[in-house]
Design a protein around this ligand. Sequence first.
Ligand code: ZN
Length: 128
Amino acid sequence: MTDPYRQITFAGNGPWAAFSQNELYRMAGEANSGPLHIRVLFAAMGRMNAFGHAELRVGELARILGTTNTSTGEVTPCRRDSVSAAIKETKRRGLIAPESKSRCLVLRHHVFQKSTKDRWRCSVHDLD
Ligand SMILES: [Zn+2]
């Protein structure tokens, strides 16, 4: 029997494409990638597991969305209220699921799927 986590199947057997999670995660950290809700989406896509959960370390999203000093390379983390507002806006636009939070951004299975042999879990949402 085929492993369900290795199979990508969208409704109606519709077409799909793949993306580089490393590149999307990198783009999430670049201010010129667009507004914060787009960068939050990129962070989620860059870290999502087979369940669509993108677990992040404490403060990781604030650093991703922070500003980088171009001469020193030093990152000033995004303010906590700005991170919360960005997550809220990303949810409002339907880009991430309502259960998303700064420690785990959740993508919907009907939009994003990942083929992997790993059985990743989510400790933030207590999934296994
Ligand atoms: Zn989660």
